[in-house]
Ligand binder design. Structure first.
Ligand code: HEC
Length: 263
């Protein structure tokens, strides 16, 4: 009896460990959220750290600091909290330096005409630099709010065709939109770009570009457009935890918010 209870305990232990390793307690999408080939907003990336308090201005002010890069990620590394408990102080110092370098060199910009006519076609170009890779995410949205931004199509713009994606090698890439089922149109606001690899030793931070073709809303007025840039940091560091998926090492950064008058 005693023996079989002990055996049962051992089996239960193995079962627990198995479940634990198959489903680690915190987990992102190791190579980006590759199954969500659809319109999306940055609210889904709630465990990413946020680059600017502006993006959380809808939250009570005491809730904002804990979401920012400085607190959510850098401080956790510095203090050896949570997943960083297992990392030595020297490695944490190095990791902090590495992720800061990724952040300093991560950029996103947007280009759009200042005005257009109702129903007219315009091009909007989003350009990113950096991100750990292997992929980065770009979403064309209406406003720079993590939790309330909508895909541009929600404010009356129509994405007319498959966005054109230029990878870091300067070549056009379609792997992402090719994942859409053949019966679905490819005119979505969310794009993953692959082939990204920021090299901290070489100080190279690859560029990517997405060109959207939009049809202007029918209702005249002033509209805002911005791009959300979703990227990882720890995969660029040799010390990044388990491929960078255990800590709050994802990021949300927005481009400038541009105004387009439809008149
Ligand atoms: C459970 C936490 C979590 C959630 C939820 C999450 N992410 Fe992430 N994401 C991460 C982490 C951690 C990384 C950073 C990996 C690194 O540092 O290299 C990351 C990285 C990324 C990357 C860059 C690719 C990479 O692997 O570095 C993209 C793009 C991304 N996330 C998009 C999204 C989108 C879109 C959503 C919503 C559908 C989302 N994430 C939801 C944790 C999350």
């Amino acid at each position: 009896m005693g023996v079989s209870l002990k055996k049962a305990g051992i089996y239960a232990g193995f079962l627990f460990l198995g479940i634990f390793f198959l489903n680690p307690p915190i987990s992102g999408y190791p190579k980006g959220p590759v199954q969500y080939v659809t319109n999306a907003g940055p609210f889904c990336a709630s465990c990413h750290s946020v680059a600017d308090p502006e993006y959380l201005r809808d939250l009570p002010s005491e809730k904002i600091p804990e979401q920012l890069i400085e607190y959510k990620h850098y401080k956790a590394i510095r203090d050896g909290k949570g997943p960083y408990e297992q990392v030595s102080p020297e490695d944490r110092a190095r990791l902090l330096e590495d992720v800061r370098m990724v952040d300093i060199n991560a950029k996103v910009s947007i280009q759009a005409p200042q005005s257009t006519k109702p129903g007219e076609t315009i091009k909007v170009t989003v350009t990113t630099q950096g991100g750990a890779g292997p992929v980065i995410g770009i979403m064309l949205v209406d406003i720079n709010l993590r939790d309330q931004a909508s895909p541009v199509s929600a404010t009356g713009w129509e994405i007319l065709e498959a966005p054109q994606v230029i990878g870091p090698d300067g070549k056009s890439q379609t792997w992402w939109l090719d994942k859409r089922l053949p019966e679905l149109k490819k005119n979505i606001n969310f794009i993953l770009v692959n082939g990204i690899k920021s090299d901290l030793a070489e100080k190279t931070f690859p560029e990517a570009r997405v060109i959207y073709t939009l049809k202007a809303p029918q209702t005249p007025g002033e509209y805002t457009l911005t791009a959300a840039f979703l990227y990882g940091t720890e995969k660029a560091s040799q010390i990044g935890l388990k491929g960078g998926i255990l800590g709050p090492s994802g990021r949300i950064l927005f481009s400038e918010v541009v105004k387009v008058r439809v008149e």
